[in-house]
Design a protein around this ligand. Structure first.
Ligand code: MRU
Length: 396
């Protein structure tokens, strides 16, 4: 995807054009060159410069951050410099590679796997990426591990891009069907297809394209008139700060609403389809996603609005049936009692919105039962959110 007209990925190996300290202001023309593809062949050389976009600064500032060690990668995941299930997995894979470059011993491998594995509990992509790295690296002589780990991470990133493109294709077909049913025009005059999404399941949450946003970008690029209702997504505002920013960068028409407005919009016929991402979908089709997703699914069901989940296969936890078993991350209550933003003078501030000392709880995810999900949009196609349909699609 593009930032100021320049192709970027949410995690990348910097080419010569991107050097330490490259900074641009969000919205400005970025002159860092094509940062999205350089170095993806993967070599374990000391110069391998693993970069991520610092998402804690968006939408007010666009800066990339260099990850130099597994500890850097773990910190980036825990502090949500990077976030979103697929990107968490990709960052963890590079974290292991950085550990192997520093010290390819068994002890170092175990330390990296444990440190990275303890960062965030809900997204199963983290476990998936680390299990893959462990299986590959344990059997290799130490001298070969760094190179293999970088190649593994690069391959995982490329697979993520392919997977999301494919989700985009299937989602686009779905959007066309819904548009035809709703009477929305395809590329001509008349009203747009109204899509509602929550949190950020966009390209910033993945390596590229996003999951829930992949069909949106495909539809927009192919001229299907599309408009996105973006839920702000308290408490960290991934909708307001990240989804609105990336849709804006791509020129997709969108409107920000408070989370509580979604039910009203649906009851007034202003939403044709809801599509969200997932951090973990169980083998029976229950979906953990950013807190606030479950009430959206309830409102969608009550109003006859189709509710889809963009679910790449690394987000499916085949070892778990019942969604009540999914570990739900609880984060710092200050994320609820404080908000961060820019004042009218352009100064970044963090302010308290509650009476001093108010007790708050910060549940980061909720679980939507599969029965409320119209379908899962996967890289293999669309299926019902139930065990039989999922096993059928994935041949398990
Ligand atoms: O806490 P976050 O920002 O990591 O939560 C992200 C989400 O809930 C996304 O919807 C999910 O990871 C899918 S991202 C393609």
């Amino acid at each position: 995807m593009k930032v100021g007209g320049v192709p970027y990925r949410a995690i990348f190996i910097a080419g010569d054009q991107v050097t330490a300290g490259d900074q641009v202001t969000a919205g400005d023309q970025v002159t860092a060159g094509d940062a999205g593809t350089a170095g993806y062949a993967g070599t374990a050389g000391d110069a391998m410069d693993v970069r991520v976009i610092d998402q804690t600064l968006l939408p007010h500032r666009f800066e990339t951050m260099r990850l130099e060690s597994a500890a850097d990668a773990a910190r980036a995941i825990r502090d949500m410099v990077v976030r979103g299930a697929p990107l968490i997995g990709a960052t963890a894979a590079y974290g292991v590679a950085l550990a192997m470059r520093a010290d390819p011993s068994d002890a170092s491998l175990e330390r990296a796997l444990t440190g990275l594995g303890g960062t965030r509990p809900t997204a199963v992509n983290l476990v998936w990426a680390l299990d893959g790295a462990r299986a590959l690296l344990r059997g290799l002589p130490a001298a070969e591990r760094a190179d293999a780990a970088f190649r593994f991470a690069a391959r995982l990133c490329e697979e993520d891009v392919r997977t999301n493109r494919s989700i985009g294709g299937f989602g686009l077909e779905l959007f066309r069907e819904i548009a035809n049913r709703a009477g929305a025009t395809v590329g001509g005059a008349g009203r747009s297809l109204n899509v509602l999404t929550h949190c950020n399941a966009g390209w910033l949450a993945t390596v590229d394209w996003g999951t829930a946003t992949a069909p949106v970008y495909r539809a927009h690029d192919e001229g299907l008139g599309i408009h996105v209702w973006v839920c702000e997504t308290r408490p960290r505002f991934q909708g307001a700060g990240l989804t609105a920013w990336e849709l804006g960068q791509h020129g997709v028409p969108h409107t920000l609403v408070s989370d509580g407005a979604a039910g009203y919009l649906m009851s007034r016929g202003k939403v044709d389809v809801v599509i969200v991402g997932t951090d973990r979908t169980t083998a029976a089709g229950d979906v953990a996603n950013k807190v606030g997703t479950y009430p959206l699914a309830l409102a969608a069901r009550d109003n006859g609005v189709p509710f889809y989940v963009a679910a790449p296969s690394p987000s499916i936890d085949w070892s778990m049936e019942d969604g009540t078993g999914i570990p739900i991350e609880e984060r710092d209550p200050e994320e609820v009692t404080r908000v961060r933003g820019v004042d009218d003078e352009g100064v970044e501030r963090r302010v308290r919105v509650t009476p001093e000392g108010t007790r708050a709880a910060n549940y980061a995810f909720d679980v939507t039962p599969g029965r409320l999900v119209t379908g899962l949009v996967t890289e293999r196609g669309v299926c019902a959110a139930d065990g039989a349909a999922m096993r059928g699609l994935f041949g398990r």
